[in-house]
Design a binder for this molecule. Sequence first.
Ligand code: 5RP
Length: 230
Amino acid sequence: MSADSEKRLAAARAVTLVEDGMTLGLGTGSTASYAIRFLGMKVSEGMRLRGVPTSEATAALARECGIPLVSLKEAGRIDLTIDGADEVDTQMRMIKGGGGALLREKIVAAASDAVIIIVDASKVVQKLGSFPLPVEVVPFGAAYVQSMIESLGARPTLRGGEANPFITDDGHYILDCAFRTIERPEELSAMLNATPGVVDTGLFIGVTDALIVGRGDQTKVFKRSKQANA
Ligand code: 5RP
């Protein structure tokens, strides 16, 4: 089974947990896109749903799929968010932001009663850090933050390069920081978030209620602090 089929399976499993009338946080990335397409099918079958998108790209896809959208302000509270991740460890700590939407993803997750993360099996790791940690920064402070992160022993690179930097939906830059291994994610997250110029990081800790992993032709559901076979 390919990673793509595993993503699709995980997404399909997550969508079985969606109930009529829910307000949903719609994640960003290829795995979340599968979920959005499945949700679009639910809407076309008559399910009443509304979505709060975590990026402009997701908003466009959701519109294409016929999912009514509301702003976070209009939604107030979100019942359930379904999103992907770049890496997840055994304590459900994650690296996100490969798709550049980490800030809105973190806000939407925080405003949600429940968060389900859907991944293919390759995303599950013993220790975070092989995937370069995305750090969203204010353009004015990017060089300062870059040198601060270098002093921690990581190799930060400006996403898109100096000539054509990637700009997030909120007008920021992203530094992709190769740490190789992140021994203490909580400490690193606190340190980076305390650095002037940092808007937020792709470390998502204590955010996930359930993780759905597509592995081969099966899905496995992990609930926070306990594991269950799907
Ligand atoms: C976007 C994200 C994505 O969830 C993450 O990059 C995973 O993407 P994909 O499902 O395409 O592998 O955090 O900011």
